[in-house]
Design a protein around this ligand. Structure first.
Ligand code: NZQ
Ligand code: ZN
Length: 394
């Protein structure tokens, strides 16, 4: 087991009516001025925003709003939020939504605590910060895991660059998680979320470091749970137990519990972020579209690991390392198909891309071939291009 630090500062309130605790929690943490951040309107239509406001009002907490966060959240709106948070002297940035909303709240939190620094410089690694305003989250979609993660991903629409910032300073202080809030998700977003949850553990499971028995068992248990309940939820989105399991898997899959004691890979996320940044595709879809190509490109480096994944997660009968490994990759893709998720680039809205676009994405992901991505196999621009190319069909 490699040396690790695990930091889980987020207080979780999980279950029916959890959102009604918003005011109480904000008060408990000592906040009396809140900037509410939300997306394109689902929380208004569902009545959730009204319940949150009533809960804040009930505790005498004053608030302002920042609405209009889009999936692949834009830097421009986050910058606007920074100004609003500073003007309002917000003490808590409260996200009501999914990963895009929470990540915008995190960006606002960083910007508001560092008014002299442009947030994109922080996201590009050109400026460093040590402080952020506190963030809270009312989760409406099980997917990105941002409610417990140290990460926030923004898209600069002017350059088409999608990039993440990772620091413990943006881990939320609390998250309110009511699985019933996810009943209204469009089926496509439900599927995207299930893929993302599975991927957050896959990206931690396939690494060159072995000898982490507990981490492996937790990872495999989480993957079996999200697969089993993902199938149930896809058929019946109002199955409370299934939606609960998925929601909790989403948080634990990306708070690093399933990767302790070994490095993370995350090459597929880098492949996916380029597609999301340049073509505005949903995050989960960009992952399912490239994972199979990545897996076939790398599995021979450790076919035994892929075979173990097949036996322990997909319950595939052992047919020898090579064959079991390939069956495991196929089973994963079959699950993506069950969820109506793409397993190649041509199955996404954007369709098959030009060779030039693939080269540009590979180049951008590797910062002009100056950094290698992933750790299961370290990938430079040429390797990233080859994986894109393998995925670039109908
Ligand atoms: O904007 P509204 O109207 O709210 O609609 C949203 C949005 O269109 C809708 N939605 C959310 N909850 C709903 C709902 N519709 C009906 N009922 C509900 N209960 O779903 C759509 C997608 O929302 P979004 O927040 O984009 O989803 P998700 O949670 O998948 O977040 C994706 C973003 O998170 C980033 C991704 O790259 C992407 O930008 N990630 C963030 C991570 C992190 N911070 O740790 C890690 C991830 O790997 C990921 O990169
Ligand atoms: Zn993800």
């Amino acid at each position: 087991m490699q040396k690790f630090v695990q930091y889980m500062p987020t207080k979780i309130v999980f279950g029916k009516d959890a959102e009604k605790e918003a005011g109480k929690l904000a008060k408990e943490f000592g906040f009396s001025r809140v900037l509410l951040v939300y997306g394109g309107g689902s929380v208004v239509r569902s009545g959730l925003l009204g319940r949150i406001k009533a809960s804040l009002d009930g505790e005498g907490i004053v608030f302002q709003e920042l609405s209009g966060v889009q999936p692949n959240p834009r830097l421009s709106l986050a910058r606007e939020g920074v100004k609003r948070a500073i003007d309002f002297q917000a003490e808590l940035i409260l996200a009501v939504g999914g990963g895009s909303v929470i990540d915008t709240a995190k960006a606002v939190a960083v910007g508001a605590a560092n008014p002299e620094t442009d947030i994109w410089d922080v996201w590009m690694g050109k400026a460093s910060v040590t402080e952020a305003k506190p963030v809270g989250a009312v989760l409406t979609i099980s997917a990105a895991g941002s409610e417990m993660s140290d990460s926030a991903v923004l898209t600069n629409a002017e350059t088409g660059k999608k990039a993440g910032f990772n620091s413990d300073i943006v881990r939320p202080k609390f998250a309110l998680m009511n699985p019933e809030l996810t009943y209204t998700l469009p089926k496509y977003q439900l599927s995207c979320g299930i893929v993302d949850i599975l991927m957050h553990t896959l990206e931690r499971y396939f690494t060159p470091v072995s000898g982490n028995q507990l981490t492996d068992e937790i990872a495999e248990g989480l993957m079996r749970t999200v697969i089993k309940n993902g199938k149930i939820a896809y058929e019946n989105q109002e199955d409370y137990d299934a939606m609960s399991e998925i929601m909790w898997c989403g948080s634990l899959s990306h708070n690093n519990l399933t990767g302790l004691g070994r490095p993370k890979d995350f090459a597929c996320h880098k492949l996916g972020h380029e597609i999301g940044g340049m073509f505005d595709e949903a995050h989960g879809a960009t992952l399912s579209a490239v994972w199979g190509s990545w897996a076939r490109y790398v599995y021979k480096l450790d076919a035994a690991r892929f075979a173990r994944f097949g036996r322990n997660v997909w319950k595939i009968e052992d047919k020898g390392e090579e064959e079991t490994a390939v069956l495991a990759i196929e089973a994963t893709e079959e699950f993506f198909r069950f969820l109506h998720m793409p397993t190649c680039i041509g199955e996404m809205k954007i369709g098959v891309l030009s060779d030039d676009a693939l080269r540009k994405m590979a180049d951008s992901a590797t910062k002009g071939d100056t950094v290698k991505l992933g750790c299961f196999k370290k990938l430079g621009a040429q390797e990233m291009y080859e994986i894109y190319k393998a995925a670039n069909h109908e």
